[in-house]
Design a protein around this ligand. Sequence first.
Ligand code: ZN
Length: 281
Amino acid sequence: MELPEDKKRYYLSLKKGYEGESMFDQQIEEKLHNNCYVLNDLLLQFNNTTFQIDTVLIFGNMLRPFEVKNYEGDYYYENDKIYSSSGREIGNPLNQLAKTESLFRNLIHSHGFSLPMSANVVFINPEFSLYQAPLNKPFIFHSQLNRFFNQLNEQPSKLTDMHKQLANKLASLHLNESPFQQLPTYRYDMLKKGIICATCRSFALVFVGRNCVCKECGHVENARAAILRSIWEYKLLFPDRKVTTVNIHDWCQIIDSKKRIKRVLDEHFEIVGVRQWAYYV
Ligand SMILES: [Zn+2]
């Protein structure tokens, strides 16, 4: 469906943030070779306050939480605030970082762990500039990442049982349901039906032989795999709607044969009930 403007902006900013986090994860994987535990995208709670940490590295003598920002373009720093080149103020990630750091410190203390901590904001986008950035702030810019990882690689880091316990504890404290999550309202009848291309997300799929072929990008996917993918999308979007052959047939649109859909359902899901009351779980 077409999202309202504000939801679209929100969605695009989430997507950009997510892409930034993925870029940082990739840099860590490629460039960090020292002994450490890496925890991504932790959602934690302390004192009834929920907070999120993009990445935590656990080294032998140091805990390093990171806040990753994927801003792009020219910005400037003035009186502890950050503005875009057009003068629009954006939140200073240092405020967020200070809050997160304090909650995180208290959380690990409350579980009996103690390690020095050093937190940073990473501006991951190579197309980002921050004029008048003070020297003494814990910012890491894209052009500094190689040197930063080299420094991390050179420091001695010996991991013990305690570090492993801490990593496991943090993983076990991770919350799955985010209170920050804001889904746009949607109903079945509001959404465009049809299988979408696994590669380019277009609806321009045709069913040829045993395959679904994308008219936009040429991607070919086995029809059974495409149907199964659509069933999972349907289940995710509509956890309260019944999974039946008729419903999935309507959801997929381009598959003429209900039998073909039933075969995929039979193969991957369990049928409950009989005849017209039957559905899959
Ligand atoms: Zn495609």
